[in-house]
Write a protein that binds this ligand. Structure first.
Ligand code: AMP
Ligand code: MG
Length: 376
C-alpha cells in the first residue's frame, strides 16, 4: 500500500453513475440525495418493497477519498445527510487507522516496525500485535496453507526487487534474488493464537499484506457503517468491493468487472448482496523489460513478477476472503486456482487468460453463473 499523492481531495461526488474503481467498474445508481428511484441499468426492482412504507425514505450518498494508495469509494443509503456524513467520517478514520497498522510503505506502521525487528536477525522472542494485524496475519497464514504457498505475505523482499526493477529498468541479478530469498517464506512466521503474538524467524524479513489488506479494510468499513445503522452500502477500494444490503427497491448491487485487455471496458457484470468481489491481475501495475511483462503479483517460486497474462475475479462471502483468493489464484493459474475456488465455501471465480498466441480463454467456476448478470 502506498500513501496516495496527487489524487483529488475529499469529495462527496454525487453525480457519478458509473464509478471506475481500479480493476472493477461499479455501475451503480445515477443521482444522489434525491429519492431512490430505480435506474434502468439495474433492471426491474425485485426486492420486496413492502417494508419501505414503514421505514424513513433513504437517500443515496457517495463519498470518495484517496486512501491506501488508491481511491476508497463508499456508496450508502441513509435517512439524512448528517447521518451519512458522520458514518463516512468514521469509516475513513477507520481506513486511516488500518493504514497506520498495515502499510508496508510507512516505516512507522505496526507491520513495518514488526519487520524491522528482524534487521539484525530472527526475533529472539514472540511479539504481541494489535487485533487487526493479528487477524490479517492469521488469515494470511491460512491463505498460504490453502494456496500451497502461492499467497505469501513474506514476499516483501521480492516486492522491493520488483520496485527496483521498475525504477532501474533491469531485472534483479541472481545474487540479489538469492539474498532476498533467505528472508522469504511463510513458514518463517510463527503465530501464537493464544497470546496473539508473532515471531519472525528469518533475518531481514519484510511483511507485505498488499494482497489482502484492502479486502480486510473494506470489510471493516462495512462494520463501521453497520454500527451507524447503515447496511445498504457498497465499499470499493480499487479491485476490492464489499457489497452490503442492496439499494432500496433492488435485490442486488450491480458490479462491473473490468476487461483484462481493455481496462476501460467492462467485460461482465455481476449482481451481489452481502458479498465481496475482488479482481487481481496484470492489467495496471506491470513493468516491461526486454519485451516481457512482469506483474506486481510475485511468484514466490521465482521471486519475479508473474509473466503469464491472467485476470481473476473472485466472489466470496466477504472481501477479506475474495481479496487474498484473487491474488492467490493469479499466481496458481487457471487449473490449480480453479480447483482451490471450487473447494472454498460460498466462493465463485471467473478467470481470463491470454495465451502466447494472444488467444483469450475464459473459465468460470460452477456457481459463477448464479452471480452473472444476464444483460451482459
Ligand atoms: P492484489 O491487487 O490484491 O492482487 O494484490 C497485489 C499486491 O499483493 C502486490 O502489490 C503485493 O503487495 C502483494 N503480493 C504480490 N505477490 C503476492 C503473493 N504471491 N502473495 C501475497 N501477496 C502478494
Ligand atoms: Mg488481493
Amino acid at each position: 500500500m502506498t500513501h496516495a499523492t496527487g489524487l483529488s481531495p475529499f469529495t462527496k461526488a454525487c453525480r457519478i453513475c458509473t464509478v471506475l474503481l481500479g480493476s472493477i467498474t461499479v455501475a451503480s445508481l445515477a443521482g444522489c440525495h434525491g429519492p431512490s428511484t430505480a435506474p434502468p441499468a439495474l433492471g426491474p426492482a425485485t426486492h420486496p418493497a413492502t417494508a419501505a412504507a414503514t421505514q424513513p425514505a433513504l437517500s443515496r450518498f457517495e463519498f470518495v477519498q484517496p486512501k491506501m494508495g488508491t481511491v476508497f469509494r463508499i456508496v450508502l443509503y441513509a435517512p439524512n445527510a448528517n447521518l451519512a456524513d458522520r458514518a463516512a467520517d468514521d469509516a475513513f478514520a477507520r481506513v486511516d487507522a488500518l493504514n497506520g497498522m498495515l502499510s508496508d510503505y510507512d516505516p512507522k506502521s505496526e507491520i513495518s516496525q514488526l519487520s524491522a525487528m528482524t534487521d539484525d536477525g530472527p526475533m529472539p522472542a514472540p511479539v504481541p500485535v494489535s487485533d487487526d494485524l493479528w487477524r490479517v496475519l492469521e488469515r494470511s497464514m491460512e491463505a498460504a496453507r490453502l494456496s500451497d504457498g502461492a499467497f505469501d505475505v513474506t514476499i516483501g523482499p521480492f516486492v522491493r526487487l520488483w520496485r527496483r526493477s521498475r525504477d532501474m529498468h533491469e531485472l534483479p541479478t541472481p545474487e540479489r534474488l538469492a539474498i532476498a530469498r533467505q528472508s522469504v517464506g511463510w513458514r518463517h512466521v510463527r503465530l501464537d493464537p493464544e497470546h496473539h503474538t508473532v515471531q519472525l524467524l528469518a533475518r531481514k524479513m519484510r511483511l507485505d499484506v498488499g494482497g489482502i489488506a484492502k479486502g480486510y479494510t473494506a470489510e471493516q468499513v462495512m462494520q463501521v457503517l453497520r454500527k451507524q445503522g447503515i447496511d445498504r452500502a457498497l465499499v470499493g477500494a480499487a479491485g476490492d468491493i464489499a457489497a452490503g444490503e442492496p439499494p432500496p427497491g433492488h435485490a442486488t448491487w450491480r458490479v462491473g468487472i473490468q476487461s483484462l485487455e481493455k481496462p476501460d471496458e467492462v467485460a461482465a457484470y455481476v449482481r451481489l448482496r452481502n458479498r465481496g468481489v475482488s479482481t487481481s491481475g496484470d492489467t495496471y501495475r506491470v513493468i516491461e523489460l526486454n519485451g516481457t511483462r512482469y506483474s506486481h503479483i510475485i511468484d514466490p517460486k521465482t521471486g519475479l513478477g508473474m509473466t503469464s497474462r491472467i485476470g481473476v475475479t473472485v466472489i466470496a462471502p466477504d472481501t477479506f476472503t475474495s481479496d487474498w483468493l484473487a491474488t492467490a489464484v493469479s499466481v496458481m493459474g487457471e487449473e490449480k486456482g480453479m480447483a482451490l475456488i471450487e473447494q472454498m465455501p460460498g466462493c465463485a471465480a471467473r478467470i481470463v487468460t491470454i495465451d502466447a498466441e494472444g488467444h483469450r480463454h475464459v473459465q468460470e467456476s460452477h456457481t459463477f453463473a448464479d452471480f452473472a448478470d444476464a444483460d451482459k
